[in-house]
Design a protein around this ligand. Structure first.
Ligand code: PLP
Length: 391
C-alpha cells in the first residue's frame, strides 16, 4: 500500500483491521515533541499522547538513539540469559522508585502488569479475593477486566474471574466492610483517569495503607497512567498528594518505554520473599529493545528536568483556564488533568480537533482529559487556551 491520502489509508485500515476505537480523522505519520504530523501534511498539537504513552514527547532524540543502537546490537533475548540492557533498566527504575520498592518484574503492557500484581499478592498472602473500586479501569485481559468496575468493561470480559469485590472510591468505610481475612489485595488507580480524573482525599490513601497493614492485605497502586512522571513526581506512590503512602506493588506501562511496549511491577522485599524461580514468566518481558527504551526514557525525564516542567506548566495552565468561562472545574494532578465543562466534552474535543489540537474524553460526559507529553511548554498552553476561548 503506497497511498498517503487519509481517505485511502482509512479505507485500507478499515478493510483489513478489526474495529477498535472510534478514530479521529487523522493519519499520524511523524512525531516530534508535542507535535504530530499527518499524512496530509498537517500538524497537530498533541495533548493526549496516544493514550498517555508519549511521556517524553514523540521521538525524543535520546530515546530514539538508544533504541536504534540497541536494535543494531541485539533486538531480543528472553530472561533465560543475563543482559546489560536489562540490568541497567532494572537498576535505573528501582533507583527512582520510593523505598521499600526494591525489585522489578518486567512484562509488556498495563493489563499484564496488573494480572501479575494480583497474582503476586495472592502468592504472598495465600488468599484469593481482590478489592477494586467503582470507576477504576485496570485492563482488558481476564483478571484485570474482572477487576474493572468502570462502565461496560466488566461485561465485555464475561465470564469474569471469581473473587473480585467492589468498594466505593474514596470511601474507606466501604472498604473496611469487605476487607476480611480472605482478601489478598486492594488495588486502585490512585487517580482514576478514565472515570473522569477522580482523586480522593489524602486521608483515604493513608487509611487504606493502615487497613492493609492491620489485616495482612497487599496494597497495589495501578500507576499505568499516573506513573513515570505524569503527576510531576516519579510516581503517585510516596508523593505528598497521596500522603506519602507507598503500596506493596506499583504497576507501570504506557509512558515507561516512550512508545516501545513495556510494563512493570515494582515490588517490596516482603513480596520478593514469597517468589521463587518459575513462579513468574513472560517471553517478551525484559527484552533488550524495551529495556533500552526504559533506561533512555527515565534518563530523558531526568536530564530534561521534566518533573519540574510538569509542575510549572500545570500551574500556568490552571491559571490560564480561569479565563475560560465554560470551564467549571479542573481535576487531577500534573499532566493528568480532567477539565470539566458545563457542556458535553465530546463537543469541545471535536471543536479542538478542528483547530488541530488532540485531547481525550472520559467516561464522565462533561470531562475532557489532557495527558500531554511532559515536555509541554507555556506557549503551547496558550495555543490550547486560545482555541478554547474561540469556541
Ligand atoms: C489505569 C490503567 N490500567 C491499566 C491499563 C491497561 O493497560 P494496557 O492497555 O497497556 O494493557 C490502562 C489502559 O488504559 C489504564 O489506563
Amino acid at each position: 500500500m503506497t497511498a498517503t491520502a487519509l481517505s485511502d489509508i482509512a479505507a485500507s485500515e478499515d478493510q483489513f483491521q478489526l474495529a477498535t476505537y472510534k478514530k479521529m480523522q487523522i493519519a499520524a505519520e511523524r512525531g516530534e515533541g508535542v507535535w504530530i504530523y499527518t499524512s496530509d501534511g498537517d500538524r497537530y498539537l498533541d495533548l493526549y499522547g496516544g493514550h498517555a504513552v508519549a511521556g517524553t514527547g514523540h521521538c525524543h532524540p535520546h530515546v530514539v538513539k538508544a533504541v536504534r543502537e540497541q536494535a543494531e546490537q541485539l533486538l531480543f533475548y528472553s530472561n533465560l540469559v543475563y543482559s546489560s540492557a536489562r540490568a541497567r533498566a532494572a537498576e535505573k527504575l528501582v533507583s527512582v522508585a520510593p523505598a521499600p520498592l526494591t525489585k522489578v518484574f518486567f512484562c509488556n503492557s498495563g493489563t499484564e502488569a496488573n494480572e501479575n500484581a494480583m497474582r503476586l499478592a495472592r502468592m504472598a498472602t495465600g488468599r484469593e479475593q481482590i478489592i477494586t473500586f467503582t470507576g477504576g479501569f485496570h485492563g482488558r485481559t481476564a483478571d484485570a477486566i474482572s477487576a474493572t468496575f468502570l462502565g461496560k468493561y466488566r461485561e465485555l470480559g464475561k465470564p469474569n474471574v471469581p473473587g473480585h469485590l467492589q468498594a466505593e472510591f474514596g470511601n474507606i468505610g466501604s472498604v473496611r466492610a469487605i476487607a476480611d481475612e480472605t482478601v489478598a489485595a486492594i488495588m486502585l488507580e490512585p487517580i482514576q483517569s478514565m472515570a473522569g480524573v477522580r482523586i480522593a482525599e489524602a486521608s483515604f490513601y493513608r487509611e487504606l495503607r493502615q487497613l492493609c497493614d492491620e489485616r495482612g492485605i497487599m496494597l497495589i497502586y495501578d500507576e499505568v497512567q499516573t506513573g513515570v512522571g505524569r503527576t510531576g513526581e516519579w510516581f503517585f506512590a510516596g508523593s505528598d498528594t497521596g500522603d506519602g503512602v507507598v503500596p506493596d506493588i506499583v504497576t507501570l506501562a504506557k509512558a515507561l518505554g516512550s512508545g516501545v511496549p513495556v510494563g512493570a511491577c515494582l515490588v517490596t522485599d516482603e513480596i520478593t520473599s514469597h517468589i521463587k524461580e518459575n513462579d513468574l514468566g513472560t517471553t517478551f518481558g525484559g527484552g533488550m529493545l524495551a529495556m533500552a527504551a526504559v533506561t533512555a526514557t527515565l534518563e530523558a525525564i531526568e536530564n530534561d528536568g521534566l518533573l519540574e516542567n510538569v509542575k510549572t506548566v500545570e500551574a500556568y495552565l490552571r491559571e490560564r483556564l480561569r479565563d475560560v468561562e465554560r470551564v467549571v472545574a479542573v481535576h487531577g494532578r500534573g499532566f493528568l488533568l480532567g477539565i470539566e465543562f458545563g457542556q458535553k466534552a465530546a463537543l469541545v474535543h471535536q471543536a479542538l480537533l478542528e483547530r488541530k489540537i488532540i485531547t481525550g474524553t472520559s467516561s464522565n460526559p462533561n470531562v475532557l482529559r489532557l495527558l500531554p507529553p511532559l515536555c509541554l511548554q507555556t506557549a503551547e498552553v496558550d495555543l490550547f487556551v486560545s482555541a478554547l476561548q474561540e469556541g
